[in-house]
Design a binder for this molecule. Structure first.
Ligand SMILES: *Cc1c(COP(=O)(O)O)cnc(C)c1O
Length: 237
């Protein structure tokens, strides 16, 4: 990261939201896709609850948080006030937080290892809940990043189904920060296609249009809607 933004978060998310919606529509038109085939997941880490409430009032219904702890402090109250919201976990999940994650999230996008699958399967059974699951693929094979390695993805997906009885809805990736994302989107789309997975969560503020051209069904957009985050929080991804 280069510049450290001075003012985290715009108080009014509607301007950013309008621009992002227009850009999604434009990208869909260029790709010959129905805009309804792309879900905007508003990446809301570090965004305070009052701004989220305004975003929901402006029609945003799907939100993604990175940390179980932060989601727990913000979302139960918001969801009580605003029905119909959908909450995704888009950050790495520790196995010992599987219980809380299953209780809190409608979609968990960061499934990436057998121990976590086991914990999620157990919690789904115990709680009678079935959050939709995406498997995160570390397309750039970055050592510090979560996700299954691309060459291990097929076997892992088979294990999810056969060993753990988990239904996987799609794949997610976070390409390396300084790389051209296109090859990563192509790689993820290829793994999804050969495994018969309909969901593709890829594309963030700087590259969601490109991700849509590569078939993204979910784009995770934060700063383009809410404004820049402080650097310390940027580093969590
Ligand atoms: C924060 C985050 C995003 C959104 O990033 P922006 O660049 O702010 O759009 C997307 N995906 C993940 C996993 C994130 O942590």
């Amino acid at each position: 990261m280069t510049a450290i933004p001075e003012t985290p978060h715009r108080p009014d998310p509607t301007i950013g939201l309008g621009a992002v919606r227009d850009a999604i529509e434009g990208a869909c038109t260029r790709a010959g896709r129905d805009p309804r085939s792309v879900t905007l997941v508003a990446a809301s880490k570090t965004v305070p609850a009052d701004v989220l409430e305004r975003a929901a009032a402006a029609g945003l219904t799907v939100f993604g948080e990175n940390r179980v702890q932060e989601a727990k402090t913000k979302w139960p109250a918001l969801r009580e006030r605003i029905p119909g919201l959908e909450l995704h976990l888009i950050g790495p999940l520790q196995t010992n937080k599987a219980r809380e994650a299953v209780a809190l999230f409608d979609v968990i996008q960061s499934v990436d290892r057998p121990g976590l699958c086991e914990a999620l399967a157990r919690q789904c059974d115990r709680q009678g809940r079935r959050p939709r699951l995406f498997v995160q693929v570390n397309t750039g094979a970055e050592p510090q990043k979560a996700g299954v390695l691309p060459e291990l993805a097929d076997d892992f997906l088979t294990a999810c189904r056969q060993t753990y009885g988990l239904d996987v809805a799609g794949l997610m990736c976070v390409p390396p920060a300084d790389a051209d994302p296109a090859p990563h989107f192509t790689l993820l789309a290829g793994i999804a296609a050969r495994n018969g997975l309909p969901g593709l969560s890829m594309g963030m503020s700087t590259d969601f249009a490109e991700a849509i051209a590569h078939g993204a069904t979910h784009v995770r957009v934060g700063s383009a809607i809410f404004g820049a985050r402080a650097r310390v929080q940027r580093d969590v991804i």
